[in-house]
Design a protein around this ligand. Structure first.
Ligand code: AMP
Length: 114
């Protein structure tokens, strides 16, 4: 059995507020939101980070981005705008080593990010 937190959320062993799921992806609210809308989009398949991505997984990444756009529509942040963040490894702040996209919206985003 996987010890990965996000694998356990995907398999519903650990509860989360799931907004969307399909064969390949799961989207759920971040437990410590950094914006009014903060949703994590993950592949069901365990991929530790973007740095581990294999050529055969590129279509899956495209699918995850499509899920982000769908959730942004559902959450009503499409028109104002939103940000998608993919922290990769420690210096970028990755703390959970199961690849995930952060969808952030509902407030003004600064640039450059911290
Ligand atoms: P990162 O720092 O990019 O690896 O992002 C990990 C994210 O997972 C953080 O924003 C955390 O708040 C979030 N997180 C950690 N545990 C949970 C959980 N049990 N349910 C939902 N989000 C979580």
């Amino acid at each position: 059995m996987s010890e990965c937190l996000f694998c356990k959320i995907a398999s519903r062993e650990i509860p989360a507020t799931i907004l969307y799921e399909d064969e390949h992806a799961v989207a759920f609210r971040d437990i410590n939101p950094q914006a009014p809308v903060h949703v994590l989009i993950i592949p069901r398949q365990h991929i530790a980070s973007l740095a581990e991505l294999k050529p055969e997984q590129t279509a899956l990444m495209g699918h995850l981005l499509w899920v982000c756009a769908e959730i942004a529509r559902q959450e009503g942040v499409e028109a104002e705008g939103y940000r998608v963040v993919l922290n990769t490894n420690r210096a970028a702040g990755q703390s959970v080593f199961h690849l995930h996209l952060h969808l952030l919206g509902g407030r003004h985003m600064r640039w450059p990010p911290g």
